[in-house]
Design a protein around this ligand. Structure first.
Ligand code: BGC
Ligand code: NOJ
Length: 827
């Protein structure tokens, strides 16, 4: 069953009912000011860091679901309704929500009144702009009131939801003209404040939640809205909110547009206050929490309000936003005639950018409080965005590498605001260092920016202890070599990619964190997957060594990789598939000898991507075992059979009910490893079958089963052992985005940036007979037309324009600004 459709020409997903199987959300903002917005206008805004600088409140895991947002209430006679349906949930005569790239639109109507709302964060602005147009379609005059509403968060989202004894007494506001200012804590240690304004003179306002709602009401019956009269309340502690009332007269057929701004402003220390140090004096009509207090200097806030005073200004910013996305998406396009595949190529890139912006912090499954930016996660995310935002990828890789320690290990996470490693979680996830090599390699392949390897990067954010980026990579690579266990395989530490394979945890205490408690010395448990990753990243590392003329180190790395590959064939192979790991007792994990967890996807994926033991046919055997034991109609499960008991020697993996998450769920992050492995092993038809099983656009028709947004990947789909097989969880922020884009763009469509050119090896599905791919690589535009006769066949390239040479399937980088045309015949 579908709950909407793709509007491909507008690049929007159009939702036609507020009753989606779960809130279907979108993200606004692209640099510092960010918002989450659901298809019922739920969600919240924050500045840079969803934990430390939260601007509006949200109540996760609350009832009713998706509680709190930026709400408009329309009172038309006795009927009160919301253009986004919530929180009143009054039946609408029509409803449509369009999630576009960086904006969301609602169009809804009730009793002859139409409301068209646009929400967006303009590029370069610290503000969410809300433009609402009311149109009277009823044939007679209408007098309605429009009431806006947001609830402020007291900035630190964790403190805000826990420390009530203090927070109920701290809220402070100012009200001036159409703007309501949230100046809580501005006096002491903050130089920032937020505001919510409207470009009209309000007929009433509220800034105190209790007055607005009534003490015992829910959001579906706010006292002031129902009574048609605002309380004109000035918040004094408790929960500060911002609400405007506009009484709107509309002749038949008439429209009126209002612009609301949810803004954030940072001030210089000596310019904080009105009337001081040359700042304009406070206005006389101002109201504030306590008249004895100093007044905010609003110069910057007013300037921001003035930039979006008129519909024309908003329209111009909206056009800019669209152009910005046109630009980003023009670096890679795929046209195959398969509409689902073509839209995946577009939406997958959008999800990659959102994942860049939000890491794993803020979604409808991530509270924005728990995790900052992950070392491993972010290094992988860069693979999905580097062709669109190379400069920002470079910055992020710099930040990630800055949290590495001298010995090559790294903080597992860091906070985006402070950029400092998160000491609570610490280090010793032994796969982390290798992902950095992959991420930086991806950046250099894309850009050719060899100088990045020469840039000084701190260790543990130190101002003085630094080494070149290359040296960081060297320490990463050597870290694996220096941490080898009894079977000649890398020690796993707290976990590898699978955060739930906690082989040194041995916890019996439910209050322990699986990820951070360690009760073993870490000298035994080993990861085959890290071994395979090592083999996989070694060519990247060696190539980067050579870019700097370090032939000796390159050779050494290749020798180490060959040694590791031989070791995997020896102690990491089970006969029909790659073993996953060894536990602290030296027992195999992911072997036919095991009762549960006989086979895991990660080692089959990485083993086949790295082509470990290809001369012995191991990748093909491993992939055949994936098909036989792990494949399901909704994707490949992470392991089989699921663990039914808690295994103290395995940790969190055995803590989930069978079929969920790391215990035999379908992890959409590592399905593409198998896809890539299949392409590399010469079986593109298998790759395609796996690809479409988890690609969201292909699941649109079963949205009632899948439940989450059909335009983005989810991290996990319940596996075959689960009651709810096929149901997805954790949409949006997942390494799934980057890896599926890598699988699609680099292996299925087959266009790969390499260190010395662009590899063109399309392995498109058989039903696609002709395709056109455009790709901007190092400033040159490549237009590749593909004739697909036999997807697994030989590839013949002809460069038809652009004056560069092809060496087999490798095409040299063309001149910046030029266009290279290539004809590829496959089969
Ligand atoms: C989840 C993992 C996640 C880890 C770290 C676990 O509970 O199952 O998917 O990586 O927490 O946040
Ligand atoms: C989600 C985490 O963000 C990621 O780092 C990890 O690799 C997967 N879960 C698997 O555990």
């Amino acid at each position: 069953m579908k709950f909407g459709h793709f509007d491909d020409s507008a690049r929007e997903y159009v939702i036609d009912t507020p009753r989606t199987p779960y809130p279907w959300i979108n993200y606004l903002g692209n640099t510092q000011f960010f918002s989450l917005i659901s298809n019922t206008a739920g969600g919240y805004a924050f500045y840079t860091d969803a934990r430390l600088r939260r601007l509006t409140r949200y109540r996760y895991n609350d009832v009713p679901l998706d509680n709190n947002g930026r709400y408009f209430f329309i009172k038309d006679g006795d009927t009160v309704w919301n253009p986004g349906w919530k929180p009143m949930r009054v039946e609408l005569d029509s409803y449509e929500c369009r999630h576009g790239f960086g904006y969301t639109k609602f169009s809804s109507s009730k009793n002859g009144l139409k409301a068209d709302t646009l929400y967006m964060v303009p590029n370069g602005e610290n503000a969410e702009i809300q433009r609402i147009t009311l149109t009277n379609t009823s044939g007679s005059k209408k007098s309605v009131s429009l009431v806006s509403y947001v609830e402020w968060c007291l900035y630190n989202a964790l403190d805000d939801t826990t420390n009530f004894q203090r927070n109920f007494s701290t809220g402070e506001v100012e009200i001036e003209g159409g703007a309501i200012y949230h100046k809580t804590e501005y006096r002491e240690r903050r130089n920032h404040f937020a505001f919510y304004s409207v470009n009209a003179k309000p007929d009433g306002f509220d800034t105190d939640r209790e007055t607005f709602l009534g003490l015992n009401n829910n959001y579906d019956s706010p006292d002031t809205v129902m009574a048609g009269k605002s309380g004109n309340s000035v918040a004094d502690g408790w929960s500060p909110v911002a609400s405007h009332r506009l009484n709107v007269e509309l002749e038949a057929g008439a429209s009126k547009t209002f612009i609301f701004i949810l803004g954030y402003v940072e001030m210089d220390e000596n310019k904080k206050w009105a009337g001081e140090n040359g700042c304009a004096p406070a206005s006389k009509e101002l109201l504030q929490t306590n008249p004895a207090m100093r007044v905010i200097n609003k110069e910057k806030a007013i300037a921001l309000q003035k930039r979006f005073e008129t519909p024309a200004q908003v329209e111009a910013a909206f056009d800019e936003l669209k152009k910005f996305w046109d630009g980003l998406l023009s670096n890679y396009t795929l046209k195959t005639g398969d509409e689902k595949l073509d839209r995946m190529a577009v939406w997958n890139q959008y999800q990659c950018i959102v994942t860049y912006n939000f890491a794993r912090s803020a979604s409808y499954f991530e509270s924005g409080i728990g995790r900052g930016i992950g070392f491993r996660d972010t290094s992988q995310d860069m693979l999905g965005v580097v062709h669109q935002i190379p400069t920002r990828a470079r910055e992020r890789l710099f930040d990630v590498a800055s949290t590495q320690f001298e010995d090559g290990s790294a903080y597992h996470q860091f906070q985006p605001l402070t950029k400092r490693g998160n000491a609570d979680v610490g280090s010793h996830f032994n796969d982390d260092p290798l992902w950095l090599v992959l991420g930086v390699g991806g950046y250099i392949r894309e850009t050719g920016d060899v100088d990045f390897l020469k840039v000084d990067v701190p260790f543990d954010n130190s101002a003085t202890n630094k080494a070149t980026m290359f040296e960081h990579l060297k320490r990463s690579f050597h870290y694996t070599v220096k941490h080898i266990g009894p079977h000649g395989l890398p020690l796993i530490g707290r976990a590898d990619w699978n955060d739930c394979l906690n082989l040194n945890c041995f916890s019996k205490d439910p209050n322990d964190s699986f990820q951070t408690s360690t009760n073993k010395d870490g000298k035994n448990a080993e990861s085959v997957m890290i071994a395979q990753m090592f083999v996989y990243v070694a060519p990247e590392y060696a190539a980067m060594c050579r870019l700097l003329g370090k032939e000796g180190e390159a050779k050494w790395a290749e020798k180490q990789a060959a040694k590791m590959a031989a070791q995997i064939c020896d102690t990491g192979w089970d006969g029909e598939w790659y073993i996953r790991a060894y536990d602290d007792f030296g027992n195999k994990i992911g072997s036919k000898e095991c009762v549960d967890g006989k086979i895991f996807i990660e080692s089959q994926g990485f083993g086949s991507m790295a082509q470990v033991g290809a001369d012995k046919g191991l990748p093909i055997k491993a992939l055949d075992s994936v098909k036989k034991y792990l494949d399901t109609k909704y994707g490949i499960v992470i392991l089989d059979p699921p663990y039914k008991d808690y295994h103290i020697e395995l940790g969190e993996v055995s803590s989930y009910p069978p079929g969920y998450k790391e215990n035999a769920g379908i992890f959409c992050h590592n399905n593409p490893w198998v896809i890539i492995g299949e392409v590399k092993s010469g079986r593109p038809a298998n790759a395609w079958e796996y690809y479409k099983k988890i690609a969201p656009a292909f699941l649109e028709d079963i949205s009632e089963i899948h439940r989450l947004e059909p335009y983005v990947y989810a991290q996990m789909v319940a596996g075959k052992a689960a009651r709810r097989h096929g149901e997805a969880k954790n949409s949006w922020l997942t390494g799934t985005a980057a890896w599926n884009f890598v699988a699609l763009s680099q292996w299925i469509a087959g266009i790969r940036a390499e260190y010395d050119g662009l590899r063109v090896e399309p392995r498109l599905p058989a039903h696609v007979k002709n395709a056109t791919i455009t790709r901007v690589y190092r400033g040159c535009k490549y237009v590749i037309t593909v004739e697909n006769k036999d997807p697994a066949g030989k590839i013949a390239l002809t460069v038809t324009a652009g004056g560069v040479k092809a060496d087999g399937t490798l095409v040299a980088a063309g001149a910046k600004g030029s266009t290279v045309e290539i004809k590829a015949i496959v089969g």
